[in-house]
Design a binder for this molecule. Structure first.
Ligand code: DOR
Length: 425
């Protein structure tokens, strides 16, 4: 069956296209892109007044499968992704068991094939069990299909081990994704260290815990010439360090999460545990610098860090509740509202940070609207608004600080390999 998307505003950063066009899809691929295509036998999607973009790519998703299927499964997580316009998601390896053996990588691919509705690409651990003591068998993990390495949630504190990891990753031509946090400094902090942590009497995590780690990893990336991707940066100084590193030719890319672009540590005064996230929500000056880093190209990618947690655990008090918030379903709306509508980024720039830039970082052939390319697309409506309602979330967990918010740009339709995997009712 052919699928014909009519009269959408096609926004494709890879080809700098922003034009009203028709797209014909056949056999899972984009067959033709043209001004006026007609094909009687095709199923037609009327996209007039809507944006058609490459399917979004999230380089930082926690799926909790295997191990915590009460919080999220590959099935529920990929359905949430599809609702958010994502067609490819990379899942972090802090599962139970962790993704440090080829068998776990294979399990994720198999489950995603059987039950997933979008593409799932597993990230394997850098070190065994993310303990930072011995390297994972990176070559075997790559052969099984791992697309990057990360100890997400933990920093590889041993510099020698990280050096070796970067060297192996370079041989394998895969990126290392670093969770930059020196835990000897952040210790058991639960929020940003600053005015509000003092007022609330909560233990703070200083920004320097992130920045020290960013600096060391940039130094090791320079030393090894390897591809380093820095996850979820949250401070103004991290942006500055990465900007300087790029100017010096270091092969580094960086991501920021929607919540760090929208909220500050003032939100913690509500004691809502859905504001507890690692890295923590920072201050106004950091939000401004992160937005500027996106604008000037220092920050290449926006990633959700979708981190589902059970209600029971998030209902504990602030100190005991786990870090993390879900993000797949709200990312696009938040970003359009806060970045595009406020003139920080053009729509084209925003879409680049959610499509072609993540594809380039990962080295995958995705994130563009091109004849012959796999038909992974998102259609959304800039004219409509929607309200984030707990009961309408498709994720198995509801730990979002954005419940009740009204956002623009609801996703109308998500297409993966020519199949409609989500359609708004
Ligand atoms: O807030 C977070 N949650 N940050 C992390 O680094 C890990 C994640 C999780 O797995 O819950």
């Amino acid at each position: 069956m052919s699928l014909l998307i009519k009269k959408g505003r096609v926004v494709d950063p890879a080809s700098s296209t922003d034009e009203i066009l028709d797209i014909l899809i056949e056999d899972g691929k984009i067959k033709r892109i043209d001004k006026d295509i007609s094909l009687k036998s095709a199923q037609v999607i009327d996209a007039s007044g809507k944006v058609v973009s490459p399917g979004l790519i999230d380089v930082h998703t926690h799926l909790r499968d295997p191990g915590r299927e009460d919080e999220e499964t590959i099935e529920s997580g990929t359905r949430a992704a599809a609702k958010g316009g994502f067609t490819t998601i990379c899942c972090m390896p802090n599962t139970e068991p962790p993704v440090d053996e080829p068998a776990v990588v294979e399990f994720i691919y198999k489950r995603a094939q059987e039950r997933g509705v979008v593409e799932v690409l597993p990230i394997a651990t850098i070190t065994k069990a993310r303990r930072g003591e011995a390297l994972s068998e990176m070559g075997r993990l790559k052969r099984a299909g791992a697309i990057a390495f990360s100890d997400d949630g933990n920093w590889v504190a041993n510099a020698h081990l990280m050096r070796r990891a970067l060297e192996y990753a370079k041989m394998l031509n895969l990126p290392i994704i670093s969770h930059c946090e020196d835990k000897t400094l952040s210790q058991d902090g639960v929020m940003n260290e600053g005015y509000f942590s003092t007022v609330l009497g909560l233990k703070g995590m200083p920004k320097e815990a992130e920045e020290i780690a960013v600096y060391r990893d940039l130094a090791l990336a320079r030393m090894t010439g390897s591809r380093l991707h820095i996850a979820h940066i949250s401070t103004a100084n991290s942006v500055r360090l990465i900007k300087e590193a790029k100017q010096r030719g270091i092969k580094v890319t960086a991501e920021v999460c929607p919540h760090h672009l929208v909220l500050t540590d003032r939100e913690v005064t509500t004691f809502n545990t859905n504001t507890k996230v690692n890295p923590p929500l920072r201050e106004e000056e950091d939000v401004i610098a992160l937005r500027e880093g996106l604008r000037d190209g220092t920050i290449d990618i926006i990633a959700t860090d979708h981190a589902p947690h059970s209600l029971e655990e998030k209902e504990l008090d602030y100190v005991l509740a786990p870090f993390g918030i879900i993000g797949l379903e709200t990312a696009l709306g938040l970003l359009v509202k806060e970045l595009v509508e406020k003139g920080v980024l053009s729509l084209m720039q925003l879409i680049a940070k959610l499509t072609i830039n993540p594809a380039r970082m990962l080295g995958i052939d995705r994130g563009k609207i091109l004849e012959g390319a796999k038909a992974n697309l998102a259609i959304f409506d800039l004219e409509k608004k929607w309200k984030v309602k707990k009961e309408e979330l498709l994720s198995k967990s509801t730990n979002s600080p954005f419940i009740g918010w009204t956002l623009p740009a609801p996703v109308e339709c998500t297409i993966v390999g020519g199949e409609i995997v989500y359609r708004r009712r």
